[in-house]
Design a protein around this ligand. Structure first.
Ligand code: IPD
Ligand code: CA
Ligand code: CA
Ligand code: CA
Length: 270
């Protein structure tokens, strides 16, 4: 059993240092490349920040493994032992175009169990943290447990992509829900959107495809405030291959899966 207070202290210190570095990079020219497609951006800073964590972690905790988006650590195919699941910049498109609404996301898992979740919204200087069983915090202020809201008063975070024809779902499935909620939002950073559900700024967030580093920290925060977290079909998330994601305040989840998706979310491509 690891000393999670000690690990968390290091992780918080490193995430703040990495945040400062990201802010200072606004003055520099970015090197921007594309990955899977023309809209899938990666910068020199995504790589530098992941390398920063890799160096610190391997030096301080040589037995821990790193599972990061930019692939700086060794390939990870299981969650045995302690694994740091890291997204060095979640919301790279926002980082490049807006210089805001991006976050560093770190989930620390031991034998597949989420122990520490950290999300740092760098520009707003908001650090969310959670230790398993000890609650979730925003800048060291404890977040209250979430409570149910009616669907008619709900703010749902959802990317417009999923309301247009797409290769993952029949886009019309979401229309009745979008019509019934009070409003929709989209922030372009899954980690921030999960943190916003955890602190009550959003009531739910859903998306058809995410990677483990997008939700590894957020799911620990959500669990600590009593929210619900599954795939779009109500199954556990896949922390190795990624999956769809549906997070919500308590109560909403079951109602939406039953009344809007009829517990029969089509099992295609996610
Ligand atoms: C992306 C963001 C975005 C989500 C994408 C992710 P990245 O992460 O979280 O909000 O819609 O699916 O890939 O690539 O900026 O780290
Ligand atoms: Ca990316
Ligand atoms: Ca991401
Ligand atoms: Ca990223």
């Amino acid at each position: 059993m690891e000393n999670y207070i000690g690990i968390g202290t290091y992780a918080k210190e490193w995430i703040m240092t990495a945040g400062k570095r990201l802010k200072s990079s606004f003055e520099e020219n970015l090197n921007i490349e594309t990955k899977a497609n023309a809209n899938d951006l990666v910068t020199n800073m995504d790589k530098e920040i992941e390398q920063f964590f890799l160096d610190r972690i391997t030096e301080t905790f040589p037995t821990h493994r790193i599972f990061g988006e930019e692939g700086m650590g060794k390939r990870v195919t299981d969650l045995k032992g302690v694994v740091w699941i890291i997204d060095p910049i979640d919301g790279t498109m926002n980082f490049v175009h807006q210089q805001r609404n991006f976050a560093i996301s770190i989930g620390i898992y031991e034998d597949g169990i989420g122990k520490i979740g950290l999300i740092y919204d760098v520009v707003h200087n908001e650090l969310y943290h959670a230790f398993k069983g000890k609650g979730a915090y925003l800048n060291d202020i404890k977040l209250p447990k979430l409570t149910k809201v009616p669907i008619s008063e709900m703010i749902l975070s959802l990317n417009a992509t999923w309301l247009m024809e797409n290769k993952r779902i029949d886009h019309q499935i979401l229309t009745p829900l979008v019509k019934d909620v009070r409003g929709t939002r989209s922030y372009g950073s899954a980690a921030i959107e999960m943190a916003y559900v955890a602190c009550g700024r959003l009531d739910a967030y859903m998306t058809m495809r995410l990677a483990p580093w997008d939700f590894a920290a957020g799911s620990i925060l959500i669990e600590e405030v009593g929210g619900e977290i599954t795939t779009m079909s109500g199954n556990p998330l896949d922390y190795i291959n990624g999956s769809s994601l549906f997070v919500s305040k308590p109560g909403l989840h079951q109602e939406i899966l039953e009344s809007y998706f009829h517990n029969s979310w089509p099992a295609v491509n996610y």
